[in-house]
Design a binder for this molecule. Structure first.
Ligand SMILES: Cc1cc2nc3c(=O)[nH]c(=O)nc-3n(C[C@H](O)[C@H](O)[C@H](O)COP(=O)(O)O)c2cc1C
Length: 479
């Protein structure tokens, strides 16, 4: 049924078995030493076992600069660990795996941060060289390709930015000037890995900051990337330092301000808030004769939505970060027609908060103390309702208060489904306990609720009883 999701796609001669990609997501599972360890391998093996077509391994540093726990590819001594990771993935799956290569500038607890206009000509030469060297190491380590991180708050993205204050060859006042650093890096990387090695890029479709660039520029940036020979374009938005909220004693974190919220849109955002960027950029480059895959990410988790956007040609692949974190078996479950077994991300952003605090990135919906997603056991028995009508609701103080009796069996949590005014029921929240206050209702509308209990690996019980609520409009009287 989801035939577009299952269609293979080729990236510079490499076959990707389906249209799913896990975009880079920092795990904080490595130590500050930057080596690959078993926890890191297990995290990525989870995606491979789940049939994710293209696995992008979290941003890894190409240079020596100090930071918290972060993978590195800044020296030959790191190659061995990455070899273990790529071998483990290739041995157990047909997934392809690329590392995301990142260069970042210095930030201090005082709030000070280095900006690209402070870089000398030699600094720039070193950055270009470091990208090339890291790309060569990636190839040696058995990766199937690489991704250049030119998004968010980091060095390459800052050159592309409209806020680039350089006044030299990389002059921020012209689009061509802003694009030159990426061109230099791309040329160096190609000279190190050759033309037959996939080199993708991640960059911003919109900086989401005041005076930053928007789709007007990103369509042209995409075209230049294609002209420069990138093999795919993966889009993100926001995640900038310029609007980061400065917290006393902590280095600035580029996902705290509005642009950060847009980068990892939380529960209050509509689904698929960024797909229109991919559609516009894809049209632009296709019209100019380039057919490299364009990848969209951002609150995509419903298989039908994913299928539709691929069918419509709004993107060539779907990137799912937080959804594949909670349930790396999404592609396998969709292929088996077991969509109900998917553990749905509710975009609570606990993972983002853990990343910010340099803590191991895990998911709130996993069983307590797990540091990896549970394995998928298609044969596991479904949770069952003990009571015929476990769900009850009442309307009080502008909120629908739901409570339910627990299901029995292997129960990991409960998905709450809600239909608004006769529409389609969608998951609005996932809970571990037996109650939830729905504060996002509006008087005058009708709501129907039901819940499903799900097991560790996502098997859902039958729906509970449906509770219909016809909410009165509040009466206002002059005070
Ligand atoms: C914990 C966490 C770490 C992330 N780390 C990276 C990263 O290393 N590189 C990157 O390009 N994006 C990173 N992102 C952004 C995601 O790749 C993705 O673009 C974003 O979460 C929106 O997609 P989603 O709605 O499918 O989660 C990270 C996101 C999260 C939640």
């Amino acid at each position: 049924m989801h035939e577009y999701i299952q269609k293979p796609v080729t990236i510079n001669g490499i076959k990707i078995i389906n249209r799913t990609m896990v975009p880079a997501m920092v795990t904080r599972l490595s130590g500050e030493d930057g080596y690959v360890n078993q926890d890191v391998i297990d995290r990525y093996l989870g995606y491979a076992r789940g049939n994710v077509g293209l696995i992008i391994v979290e941003a890894m540093a190409i240079h020596q600069s100090k930071s918290g726990p972060l993978l590195r590819l800044s020296d030959d001594k790191f190659i061995q660990g990455h070899k273990k990771l790529t071998k483990a993935i290739h041995d157990c799956s047909d997934s392809k795996v690329f590392p995301q290569l990142i260069h970042f500038l210095k930030v201090a607890r005082s709030g000070w941060r280095q900006t690209i206009d402070m870089l000398s000509d030699d600094d720039i030469k070193n950055i270009i060289r470091d990208f090339g060297d890291a790309a060569a190491r990636a190839r040696e380590a058995g990766y199937d390709g690489i991704e250049l991180h030119s998004a968010h708050a980091y060095t390459l993205s800052s050159f592309l930015s409209r806020l680039n204050r350089r006044r030299d060859r990389y002059d921020g006042r012209s689009l061509e000037g802003r694009l030159r650093m990426f061109g230099d890096v791309m040329a160096e990387v190609r000279s190190k890995v050759g033309d037959d090695f996939p080199v993708g890029v991640r960059f911003l479709a919109d900086e989401m900051i005041k005076d930053g660039y928007t789709i007007v520029d990103s369509r042209l940036i995409a075209l230049r990337m294609a002209q420069l020979g990138v093999d795919y374009i993966s889009l993100s938005v926001g995640g900038k330092f310029e609007d980061a909220i400065i917290k006393e004693g902590l280095p600035p974190y580029p996902y705290t301000g509005y642009s950060g919220e847009r980068c990892m849109p939380g529960a209050s955002f509509p689904k698929l808030p960024h797909v229109h960027y991919a559609a516009s950029i894809k049209k632009m480059i296709n019209d100019k004769g380039y057919d490299i895959p364009v990848i969209s990410a951002g609150k995509i988790n419903n298989p039908d939505d994913a299928e539709q956007l691929l069918r419509d040609g709004r993107a060539d692949m779907i990137g799912m970060a937080r959804q594949l974190l909670v349930d790396p078996n999404w592609p396998k479950k969709v292929a088996l027609g077991r969509e109900h077994d998917i553990v749905r991300c509710v975009y609570c952003n606990v993972c983002k908060q853990l990343d910010e605090k340099f803590k191991k990135v895990t998911c709130f919906l996993w069983p307590k103390d797990y540091i990896q997603a549970p394995d998928y056991d298609p044969e596991a028995t479904l949770p069952v309702w003990e009571n015929e009508n476990p769900l009850e609701a009442e309307y009080l103080d502008g909120a629908v208060r739901l409570k339910w009796q627990r299901a029995s069996g292997d129960v990991s949590g409960y998905d709450l489904y809600r239909a608004e005014d006769g529409g389609k029921a969608i998951v609005i929240e996932a809970k571990k306990g037996g109650k939830f206050n729905d504060k996002s209702v509006l008087g005058g509308l009708k709501y129907s609720y039901y819940i499903r209990a799900y097991s560790k690996s996502g098997q859902a019980s039958a729906p509970s009883n449906i509770v219909d609520m016809d909410l009165p409009i509040e009466k206002f009287t002059p005070q």
